[in-house]
Write a protein that binds this ligand. Sequence first.
Ligand code: ADP
Ligand code: MG
Length: 329
Amino acid sequence: MNDAQSLVEVRGLRKYFGGGKHPVRAVDDVSFSIRVGETLGLVGESGSGKSTIGRLLTRLVDPTAGEMVYQGEGPATDLAQLTQSQYRPLRSKIQIIFQDPYASLNPRMRIRQVLAEALDTHGMAKGAARQPRIDELLQQVGLRPEHAERFPHEFSGGQRQRIGIARALAVQPNFIVADEPLSALDVSIQAQVVNLLGELKERLGLTLLFISHDLDVVEYLCDRVVVLYLGHVMEIAPTEALYANPLHPYTKALLAAAPIPDPALRRTIPLLQGDLPSPADPPSGCVFRTRCPMALPQCASASMELRELAPGRMTACWRMGPTGEAVLP
Ligand code: ADP
Ligand code: MG
């Protein structure tokens, strides 16, 4: 994974919550790269650690171990090693958009203040430059200058998410983590926000980590996909290859449901048989083995590391041979 094109290289990342004998292993030895200019999808069931990865990259939580090497315009920096004050200047470069835009907007602040506050944090667009910059931001996300005088409750869900996006863009990031940005929106609005994200990404040259449980949107929007299960990466692949030919039994299970043309019935992460094991007491060996239809006795003793089976295609499964055929460990 020595890709010169990487914006972020995540290596051996861990986040354990709580101390003692059984901490919650929300993220457990996760490695993947995010390439400059790509939209990388991060999928997995609820509780698999997706949000925690997003919060680690934006240093809203501190990692337990591992590296997150960010190579922006300056020298490569391991985000994991930075103190909060050392990280602060990078906050303008790395922004996060949340699922519920309403919860992340102060109800007593006009949109002008919301955006001004973001600009002030990084000393941007001061004085006479402020007003035109706020107008420009609103226009970039499909809102109008007069919207600046309104309060969050005066907007629809889709408009609020546009404000969330404008606030992220205000500080001129090059990397955006979008954590389920569509989940709180009506289906009819979701496509507009997806298209907006896609357009902005192209126009502003952004790199996007798109966290979602909507497999159809991920297929539409993302260049590559990381499949997460119980804090572990199961598979990484270019989107087309992943959807055409999932290699890992977990990915196969996720994609088993056929696409449904009705947008209101889009494919989302299906409920697999049995419960997700507790990340405080994960299964030995491969963490998926307790729900895996292909599990072998050997899968309980050790997990297969993530291996590259074909260019760009990585999977962590004993069953997969060098060309993707099923083999025994
Ligand atoms: P996802 O976004 O995929 O649904 P999360 O990253 O939110 O998953 O959570 C992964 C696991 O970590 C879950 O078991 C969750 O309960 C746990 N977790 C997340 N945040 C905390 C926290 N602040 N304290 C303790 N456990 C947490
Ligand atoms: Mg989440």
